[in-house]
Write a protein that binds this ligand. Sequence first.
Ligand SMILES: NC(=O)c1ccc[n+]([C@@H]2O[C@H](COP(=O)([O-])OP(=O)(O)OC[C@H]3O[C@@H](n4cnc5c(N)ncnc54)[C@H](O)[C@@H]3O)[C@@H](O)[C@H]2O)c1
Length: 512
Amino acid sequence: MGAGKSTVARVLARRLGTRAVDLDAEVERLAGQSVPTIFAERGERAFRALEKEALAKLPGDAGIVSLGGGAVVDDDTRQALLREGILITLTADPEVLAKRVGRGRGRPLLGDDPRADLERISEARAEAYGEAHAVVDTGSSRPEEVADEIAAVRDIHPIVVPLGRRTYRVEVGRGVRHRVGTHAAEHADGDAILVFDGGEDRPWPKDAVHDLTLAGKPPIEVKLAGDEAHKTIGSVEQIWDRALEAEVDRRAIVVALGGGVIGDLAAFAASTLLRGVALGQVPTTLLSMVDSSVGGKTGFNRARGKNLVGTFYQPKFVLCDVDTLSTLPSEERIAGLAEVVKSAWLDSEASVAMLERDAEALTAGDPDATIRAVRMSVLLKSRIVHEDERESGRRMLLNLGHTVGHGLEAASNYEGIRHGEGVALGLIAAMRVAARLGRGRREETERLTALLDRLGLPTDLDHRLNSRAMDFIGSDKKRRGDKIHFVIPRLPGQTEIELLGLDEVRSALGST
Ligand SMILES: NC(=O)c1ccc[n+]([C@@H]2O[C@H](COP(=O)([O-])OP(=O)(O)OC[C@H]3O[C@@H](n4cnc5c(N)ncnc54)[C@H](O)[C@@H]3O)[C@@H](O)[C@H]2O)c1
């Protein structure tokens, strides 16, 4: 209330050559009553139901819709808006809002002290209001300036990872890495610590230093060896120590620039340094774009196994610049496609069909096809992370293909097989288990195998599934006694988690 949504909607609609729709007016039309009358005679609940109905009736190309803040409090509505549109929260200081609404006439939620009511409502709805493509303060900007800001968000069209006040956005595109400086400055007042790896062959760290410096944050540079063998506490210590030697304080931000190894190490360091400083992720491998940079899992390896120590810690922003993949060895890029296939199968028939259409372009590294694939994967992950941030239920779906994949990796001592290659074979294995247990269809296994093959991923499961690999299946941390949570793919978009006996899985895999 008073944030300026109706005015801004009109200005924006004019600018973009579309219509402005006021949801309250739609509700009034639907009910044949004014909003104050609906509240007075039927109560707020009835109003919310009408509001939901009016929203559902709007066509997909409705234009710029101004919604009362109460409409987005409903989680289903908010998630649908995030998925199908671009959702912007307009805010202003309660003082400003109170001045704008005056005595609050015609505003059923306001009583005698509008300022106090506005403050209470903003506070109560802060979690919901945070879950938007952007939160724009209208306190000291003209409607035209606010419209400019929203138009810019529309062009970028970030993917929202909706986690209440900890919500963040993932930008996917060409050149988006250059926004690292402005984002770092927006999210942290203190020093920037840039963690990266790689040699002269990669211009990305130099770019980041330049962009951070331009934004007033010449970074403290921490160069690590970013391979799996160096995913250790020793590397974390290097980040801690460099930052502490530079006497950073809690307003600092750690920026991870690299693959999943760098991302996981830097994120762990950020989550523990001075009990937690801000974190930004700039992934430079396909795997880290579609998987590790989003979702907040951090960690490092111990002698007993991979990722056994870590935290859950969400970044403030993620910038997936597909141009950085130009220096990535093609085998690494192809390996990352296995996670993309996994995401598509978890997501929908439309996503699998998209990959089938784009297969050759993806293998060749075409930027547009890659952007489509990264967006699809990140959207899926953001939805799952919203539902289950700490992996106590639905997030386990993301382990599709990983039970057998990890077994194959562990059996080869993590040499000679990339993680993505393990996942590709693990996906085929999961399909096979599903088919053998009567949950899936053989045709689906064939369809998946054909897609992986076109993408240049390994499909020779039987060849790799030796007895040592069988022994390693289920030896990871997802095990519960002699049972494991196994992700069963039926059709695209229809996947389930079942607690299966290890023997059952092994025998389903082994029988031909
Ligand atoms: N946190 C999570 O949720 C999560 C999810 C999946 C995987 N992971 C972790 O991610 C790691 C794997 O990540 P990865 O596949 O990105 O591998 P990686 O980080 O080991 O990178 C692979 C290689 O590519 C190099 N590289 C990175 N970017 C490059 C570029 N643009 N150009 C040239 N070379 C480049 C790296 O230096 C490295 O040698 C594993 O440690 C895994 O545990 C974490």
